[in-house]
Design a protein around this ligand. Structure first.
Ligand code: ADP
Ligand code: 5GP
Length: 220
């Protein structure tokens, strides 16, 4: 450490596309929300959806809620980076905010299902870091869906029935986390983000730094 220097060295890097998926109720939105509160460098990709708004949800904060017709218009005009039908509703990622964030080297978090993760992986594999969140047991998954108390019994049963098919995709992700203790799961996600930000191939500013380092002649 150079005592004459006042600020730490900043190395320019590409933004991360942090994708988090899980069966419904495993806790990915809780993990995502806490991560966003603790890490101001990450922005949330707010999806469009045709599903009903939950009582606790706020328009344009949790989702952009759309009719099927509006959704189809966005999809057909190529305004969505990816889209999928999940549990009988349409969901999609608006393209423009993502392209802007990536151009500016900002990190973005995507709470999307395995179909969306696959599409982003195909289109932007160099920038995607994917995490799959598992529940500790299926019994706990069921009780979390009930404890959340924001969906009807019918919706909960549809989500539970779909959960095994979603879990089957766990091997397509870079990292897999079991969300038993929430703090431990959050800690794991924070560690992944910290390490991925340090990857050499993401830090294009390293070329200038090393060049300057090698040109420097220490004055003793
Ligand atoms: P998802 O986004 O995966 O559908 P949520 O984040 O909405 O799931 O979590 C579902 C419910 O489980 C919520 O009531 C949440 O508070 C609770 N929950 C999340 N993580 C844990 C955990 N580690 N232990 C106990 N309850 C949890
Ligand atoms: P929920 O209705 O519980 O908010 O979300 C249901 C599922 O849809 C979750 O698995 C969530 O990750 C996924 N989802 C939310 N937004 C998107 C999106 O923009 N694209 C895709 N492919 N899936 C999404």
């Amino acid at each position: 450490m150079n005592p004459a220097k006042s600020s730490p060295v900043q190395i320019a890097r590409r933004g991360l596309m942090l994708v988090i998926s899980s069966p419904s109720g495993a806790g990915k939105s809780t993990i995502a929300r806490t991560l966003l509160e603790t890490d101001r460098q990450i922005g949330l990709s707010v999806s469009v959806t045709t599903r009903q708004r939950r009582p606790s949800e706020v328009e344009d904060v949790h989702y952009h809620f759309k009719s099927v017709r509006e959704f189809e218009r966005l999809r057909d005009s190529d305004a969505l980076l990816e889209w999928a039908e999940v549990h009988g509703n349409f969901y999609g990622t608006p393209r423009e905010p993502v392209e802007q964030a990536m151009a500016e080297g900002r990190d973005m978090l995507f709470d999307i299902d395995w179909q969306g993760a696959q599409q982003l992986q195909e289109k932007m594999s160099a920038d995607v870091v994917s995490i799959f969140v598992l529940p500790p047991t299926m019994t706990e998954l069921q009780s979390r869906l009930h404890r959340r108390a924001e969906d009807s019994e019918e919706v909960i049963q549809t989500r539970l029935a779909n959960s095994r098919a979603e879990i089957a995709h766990w091997r397509e992700y870079d990292y897999v986390i079991i969300n038993d203790d929430l703090n431990a799961a959050l800690d794991a996600v924070q560690s992944i983000v910290k390490a991925e930000r340090l990857r050499r191939d993401r830090r294009h500013g390293m070329f200038d730094f090393v060049r300057a380092l090698l040109e420097e002649t220490p004055s003793l």
